[in-house]
Design a protein around this ligand. Structure first.
Ligand SMILES: Nc1nc2c(ncn2[C@@H]2O[C@H](COP(=O)(O)OP(=O)(O)OP(=O)(O)O)[C@@H](O)[C@H]2O)c(=O)[nH]1
Length: 241
């Protein structure tokens, strides 16, 4: 197919507007630019335009990967749902542009507080999600509290340059169960329930679902390893009996 025959102007314009650099337009037999456009569009479809963070779609993909990885490795991962408190009153009082500036500032703050292997995303509205791979209960509680405290302590300048304001966030969290393949929906629902609890208890706080003890016995873990070693891949327990 001749790349010139494709209608690429719209995609080029979209990417230019989003600040994605493209190579010079392709000649008839050069697919470099087409590939760059495809890559750029994939990148755009995964990003929240206001904050530059991964969007909900990208975050769901990341959670799926993390569930697969942590259930194979027998590690826990922590999912946090973070919601700005009384955000509607920021919009009502200072205007939508100020609200947008607060969303960008919170996004930046959260991103600055996490480790390179963690993922911060904007899930929509004034809600953010963070996933911490390989994270146990003691460390997880510290990380969540650090995020809450960082937001509460920050004075944010508003776009008019005159006013500043401070906001707080409520945080709900849940761990992925080690050794057990759960679903992303269930994981998010558990974290959401804790977020609701944090709001109910008065906001500006962290609630994390307690980790169930002895979810899988050491014998069951050995069994999982044995099946893995013998066959080269994990056999479903139901198929093995
Ligand atoms: N500026 C701005 N506002 C947004 C955006 N997305 C959603 N909102 C606003 O976020 C507000 C969310 O308000 P509510 O869901 O009532 O929650 P809240 O006021 O934060 O109250 P609590 O969550 O109960 O503490 C609404 O006013 C939305 O219009 C956005 O991209 N920019």
């Amino acid at each position: 197919m001749n790349p010139q025959a494709l209608r690429l102007d719209h995609a080029r314009a979209l990417l230019r507007e989003a600040g994605v650099a493209l190579p010079p337009p392709a000649s008839a037999n050069d697919w470099t630019e087409i590939q760059a456009i495809i890559d750029g569009l994939c990148e755009l479809s995964a990003r929240d335009p206001l904050t530059g963070l991964p969007n909900r779609r990208a975050f769901l993909g990341r959670l799926t990967q993390e569930l697969d990885r942590s259930s194979r490795a027998g590690e826990m991962a922590l999912l946090l749902m973070i919601d700005i408190d009384h955000f509607k009153s920021v919009n009502d009082r200072y205007g939508h542009l100020a609200g947008d500036a607060v969303l960008r500032a919170v996004a930046r703050l959260l991103s600055e507080q996490v480790r390179p292997m963690d993922t911060v995303a904007r899930l929509g509205g004034e809600e953010f999600g963070v996933v911490f791979p390989h994270c146990g209960p003691t460390f997880g509680a510290l990380l969540a509290e650090r995020l809450r405290a960082a937001v509460a302590a920050t004075v944010m300048p508003l776009p008019d340059g005159q006013a500043t304001l401070q906001v707080t966030v409520s945080i709900g969290g849940a761990y992925s169960p080690a050794w057990v393949r759960s679903s992303v929906e269930h994981w998010m629902e558990r974290a959401d329930r804790q977020l609701y609890e944090a709001k109910r208890q008065g906001r500006n706080r962290v609630c994390i679902e307690p980790v169930p003890v002895n979810e899988v016995s050491p014998e069951e873990k050995d069994l999982l390893f044995a099946w893995h070693d013998a066959s080269g891949y994990m056999i479903d327990a139901a198929d093995a009996v």
